[in-house]
Ligand binder design. Structure first.
Ligand code: DHB
Ligand code: MG
Length: 209
């Protein structure tokens, strides 16, 4: 995304210092710094708690940072299924997620999704952006009325509003918006964010019958 400006970074640090307490212990290894920020991670935990989620599907594990936050919301009988295409990413995530009730499946998500059994109470879409509309279709297929679907990186430094953009990640996010708009079962919004991760945003979709 667009590089963060210093006040966004400072305020993210302030929020984390005042409100968030201990960050889950986490090692990124040599992977790209694409994980959510601590305030965003805490939001994922809150959303999972608000929905009373016991089964969570995450599409795109990377190093498992958001998975760690989501796991904090789980009741004792809860579970997370997290999908990661890259064996290198998965090796880092496996170490971060050791001992948690997390099933990490290492294969392109579009190959794994048809094999899963739902419904999931919460789905977090945070993988390669070009497949976002397909991920949304599978999230719906694996949902029930009341499932919350959260999608990361739907603003991309503002590029999402540029219909002429040819970055395949932006094209993928715009296809995702089109699919949401065409789906009568979803009540949806998207929120722009600034912070230590730059200018981006997330979408919240409630499956509504
Ligand atoms: C990218 C992907 C992410 O999930 C993220 O949070 C930030 C950036 C990317 O592919 O550029
Ligand atoms: Mg992301």
């Amino acid at each position: 995304m667009q590089q963060p400006c210093q006040p966004w970074v400072d305020v993210d640090r302030y929020i984390a210092d005042r409100l968030i307490g201990d960050d889950p212990p986490f090692d990124r290894g040599h992977l790209p710094p694409h994980e959510v920020s601590p305030p965003q991670g805490a939001l994922l935990e809150l959303l999972a708690r608000l929905t009373g989620a016991r089964s969570i599907l995450e599409i795109g594990t990377l190093a498992g940072y958001s998975t760690l936050w989501l796991a904090r919301a789980l009741p004792p009988d809860g579970r997370i299924v997290t999908l990661e295409a890259s064996p290198e990413h998965a090796d880092v995530a496996r170490r971060n997620l050791a001992g948690l009730p997390v099933e990490l499946i290492v294969r392109p998500a579009l190959e794994t999704l048809p094999t899963l059994t739902g419904p999931f109470d919460l789905v977090f879409i945070d993988a390669d952006k070009r497949s976002n509309a397909d991920y949304l279709r599978w999230a719906l297929a694996l949902s029930r009325p009341g499932t919350l679907i959260v999608a990361d990186n739907v603003v991309r430094g503002g590029a999402v509003a540029d219909a002429a953009g040819d970055d395949p990640r932006v094209v993928g996010v715009r296809a995702f918006f089109d699919a949401v708009a065409a789906e009568p079962r979803l009540r949806a919004t998207a929120i722009q964010t600034v912070g230590a991760k730059g200018y981006d945003g997330f979408a919240l979709l409630l499956v509504d019958g």
